[in-house]
Design a protein. Structure first.
Length: 481
């Protein structure tokens, strides 16, 4: 509304339109309805498109055709008969027609003589009729009202279609992911036994999942299904910008798993592929080629299953400044949880987020002006409000001091203790922060796996593994692994 008022005020008076209150207000109405119609059109395209790579080109081409056939760039008389339907469909055509007729039917223009030219004598029509006929625009006032009705009707139509698609249409086909079916996926997920992936010279202390103790906090009612996330021999390739026919492998045969009630760290040097690996597992990569297996409770992960079972916390904390912490969590819970979930259960999930992340003291505080640590807790809470079984976090302690990082990791520990599977990337954590993790997947530059397994008490298993390698010195007491 504000943008429409500012834009309309500048354009209307600078171009010398009819200086009447009625003419100005009608012009503002046309601009407002046109912008609302396009907002509904873009919303509709976003809803029916599988991703931004599809919605973007469709939006661009639709704008091109709407503008080309609006009757201004190419007049109605110049449009071929087989394309004239685009003129009558274009919302811009109806808006321009309504605004033009409203302007030129004013008494200032419905005259024969204008600027010394006798239009009635020369052209056999008034100045307004001649000006409108130049662009094949009809002169009847009825087109003013038809334009308004058409824009309102088109807005309602596209919003209704978008609502119906959101309510009833579900896409399930995976996109850009090649999943190889496992040899046996018929067994019960609860009895699935994943063996720890062997890293170089890790033949000591090999462990199976059955030997792992999973701390799960007591809950009166679980609102999610605990999920074991596994991935095997993952490769991710992107086109080589230097050679169009070749590809670059960003991940090379990475395997591992994450259990309910545990926190798995993805670590490595810059460029090792930590975030790339997490994005691949979370189904967020839309380009390139993915090869390998991704399993949820032993079953091949479809795009729909990944979307419903996971939450993803971005590194950037982006929230509405004007809302409170409680409002942000409530909005997320009501927007992302299934319609079958009762309102009381959704409010319960909001309170659970406040409890787990210790946000009760600031629950009714405005987000604007909050500290980086509070914003990070809110980011985690917004994803947690959707009741995911698996939670991905990208650098949750980035940009925080030691105390804030410890508070964040304590909150993540509480989240994992509820039985959720937590996977996060992290860069150079302190010893205190590192001790919160249960397992580690370590990558080296080039996307190759160096280590995967349990960390043990004070990372004892990790230290033992690396100290067993020839030439590696012993870790001194008190040093950060």
């Amino acid at each position: 509304m504000i943008e429409t008022l500012v834009f309309g005020s500048i354009i209307y008076w600078m171009t010398g339109f009819v200086a009447t209150a009625g003419g100005f207000l009608f012009f503002e109405l046309v601009v407002f309805l046109t912008s609302m119609m396009f907002a509904a059109w873009f919303f509709f395209l976003a809803v029916v498109s599988p991703d931004m790579n599809v919605a973007g080109p469709i939006t661009m081409f639709s704008l091109f055709f709407f503008t080309l056939f609006c009757g201004f760039v190419v007049t109605k008389g110049q449009i071929p008969d087989y394309l004239i339907w685009m003129y009558w469909f274009s919302p811009q055509a109806w808006g321009i027609r309504a605004a033009a007729v409203n302007q030129y039917t004013d008494s200032r223009f419905t005259v024969c003589v204008y600027d010394g030219i006798n239009y009635c004598e020369t052209y056999g029509m008034t100045m307004s009729e001649y000006s409108l006929s130049t662009f094949d625009v009809p002169t009847g006032r009825v087109w003013v009202y038809l334009g308004i009705v058409y824009l309102i009707g088109l807005y309602i139509f596209f919003m209704a279609i978008a609502w119906a698609v959101l309510e009833y249409w579900r896409t399930e086909d995976p996109i850009n992911v090649v999943l190889k079916p496992s040899d046996d996926t018929s067994g019960d997920a609860s009895t699935s036994d994943y063996t720890l992936i062997a890293t170089p010279r890790s033949d000591v202390n090999k462990t199976s999942v059955k030997d792992v103790s999973i701390p799960v906090a007591q809950q009166t009612e679980k609102k999610f299904i605990p999920v074991t996330l596994a991935f095997k021999n993952l490769w991710y390739s992107v086109p080589n910008p230097a050679h169009s026919k070749s590809t670059i492998d960003l991940l090379k045969g990475v395997s591992g798993f994450a259990l309910p009630g545990t926190i798995t760290a993805l670590m490595g040097s810059s460029g090792a592929g930590k975030t790339t690996l997490m994005d691949v597992i979370a189904g967020r990569k839309t380009g390139g080629q993915i090869r390998g297996e991704i399993l949820l409770n032993g079953h091949p992960a479809t795009e729909l299953a990944i979307r419903r079972a996971t939450g993803y916390c971005e590194q950037m904390d982006i929230h509405s400044d004007a809302s409170t912490f409680r409002e942000a969590l409530t909005f997320s819970a009501f927007l992302r949880q299934d319609a079958d979930v009762s309102d009381s259960q959704k409010y319960d999930s909001v309170n659970e987020c406040l409890d787990l992340l210790d946000l009760h003291p600031i629950a009714d505080q405005i987000i604007r002006g909050s500290s980086a640590e509070q914003m990070k807790r809110l980011t985690i809470g917004v994803e947690l409000a959707a009741q995911p079984s698996v939670l991905f976090l990208d650098e949750p302690t980035s940009g925080l001091d030691a105390r804030s990082a410890k508070l964040i990791m304590d909150g993540i520990r509480k989240v994992a203790d509820t039985g959720r599977t937590v996977v996060c990337t992290i860069h150079q954590p302190s010893a205190v922060v590192f001790s919160v993790f249960d397992s580690l997947l370590l990558l080296k530059r080039g996307g190759e796996m160096v280590f995967f397994g349990e960390l043990g008490v004070k990372a004892s298993k990790l230290v033992e593994y690396f100290e067993s390698i020839d030439g590696v010195s012993k870790l001194e007491e008190g040093y950060n692994p």
